[in-house]
Design a protein around this ligand. Sequence first.
Ligand code: CMC
Length: 408
Amino acid sequence: MLLGTATGQWRTIGLRLLATNMHATSNGPSPKRSLGLADVVALESSIASVDGTRGELVIRGYAIDDLARETSFEEVAYLLWHGALPGRRELRELCEYLRAERTLSPMVLDVLRLTPEDASPMAAVRTSVSALAHFDAEADDMSREANYRKAIRLTARIPTVIAAFDRIRKGKEPIAPSNAGSTAENFLYMLTGKEPGPSAKQALDAALVLHTEHGLNASTFTARVIGATLADIYSAITGAIGALKGPLHGGANIKVMQMLLEIDRSRDDPSEYVRKRLAAGERIMGFGHRVYRTIDPRAKVLRSMLEALGEEHDNHTWATYCDHLVKTMASEKGIAPNVDFYSAPVYYLLGIDPDLYTPLFVMSRITGWTAHLLEQWTNNRLIRPRASYIGPHNLRVPPITTRSGLIA
Ligand code: CMC
C-alpha cells in the first residue's frame, strides 16, 4: 500500500521509494508508477509552493502578485538566494555586483559570432552558457560561496548574451552593457541602443519577477537532477535551458505569439481558429498546466499588464484575441491560460522579437534554477528514479550469422 500525504501526493524523497511504497511481483518489489512523475514529491524545498487548486504561487512565503507589484527582479533574486527580502544596503550591493559582472569575455562574443544567424536564440543561449564555463576560473569550485558568485555572474551575463546574439544575427554590433540601471532597463538598452521609457522598464521588470521561480517544473527538476550528481553549475544550467526550450514548457510563449500573429494575418475568427485546431487534435499553446486546475496566478497579473500596455499603445488587438481564445478554450475544453499565454503579447507590445521570448524566460528563471541548486547542494542526494520495464526477458544472444536484423 502507498503512503499518501494530506494533499494526496506520494513522497519519494530523492526518488527512492520507501519500502511501504512497493508491492511484490514475481521480479521482486516493484515501485508504484506515476507516469510523467505527476504528483510525485521528489524532494523537500523551502523555495516555492504551488497550489494548483487555488491557483496560488508563493515564493519564500510571498504571493507572486504581491512580489510583482511591490518588488523588483533584483529583490526577488536576493529573496530566492538568501531566503529573505533584502534591505536597502543588501539590494544596493547586489545590484552593484550584478552590474559589474555584465560584460562577456571576447571569446564568448566570438562564439556568438560563429553561431549561424538563423539558429534559434535558445540554442545560442544554451551554447553560450556552456561556453561561459570555460572563462570562469571558479567553474568547478563547488564551495557554496563560489556557487553563489556564479549564480550572480550567470544572472548578470545571460541578458548580455541574448541581446548580443540578437544584434549579431541582424548584422549589428553588440552594445556593451551599461554599468547602471536594472537588469530589465539594461537589457532593453542593449537590444535597441536606446534608453527604454519608464513603462517598458517597469513592465519587463514585473514580467521578470513573474518568471523567476515555479517549484519543481521540468527545467528546475533538470537542473537539480544534474546538480545532484555534483556536476558544476554551468552543466546544470545548460541542461535546464535545454528543458525550458521545449514547446510544452517555456517554448510555448514563442508558439503563442506565432498563433496570435497567424490569427491576425489570416483574419480568422479567433474562436473558430481554436475550434478548428482542437478538431484537428492539436494543442493550443499557452493553455493548460500540470499543476494548476484553474488560472495560473502569473497569467492574471500579465493579463492586466497587457491591458495597461494596450491602452498606452492604443492597441487592443492582442487583448481582444486573447479574450476570445480564453472563452473558447473554457467552453470547449475547460482549460485555463498559463503564464506563457499572456507574456507573449506583453513582450510583443514592448517591441521584442517573438523568438526572444523563451530566452527572456531564461533571463529570469536563472535565479530560481540557481536557488534550487544552492538548496540541492546543502543536503545533496542523488536523484535516480526507476523505469517500469516493459520489454522482453530471457532472450539468448544468437550468432550474428543467424540474425535477420531489422532491415529486411
Ligand atoms: N490544448 C488542448 N488540449 C490540451 C491542452 C492544450 N493546451 N493542454 C492539455 N490538453 C488536454 C490534452 O489533450 C488531454 O486531453 P485528453 O485527456 O482528452 O487526451 C488533457 O488535456 C490532459 O493533458 P496532459 O498532456 O495529460 O496534461 P499535462 O498535465 O501532462 O499537460 C501541459 C500539461 C502544459 C504539457 C499541457 O497543458 C500542454 O501541452 N499545454 C500547451 C503547452 C503550454 O502552454 N505549455 C506551457 C506550460 S506553463 C509554463 C511553463 O511551464 O513554461
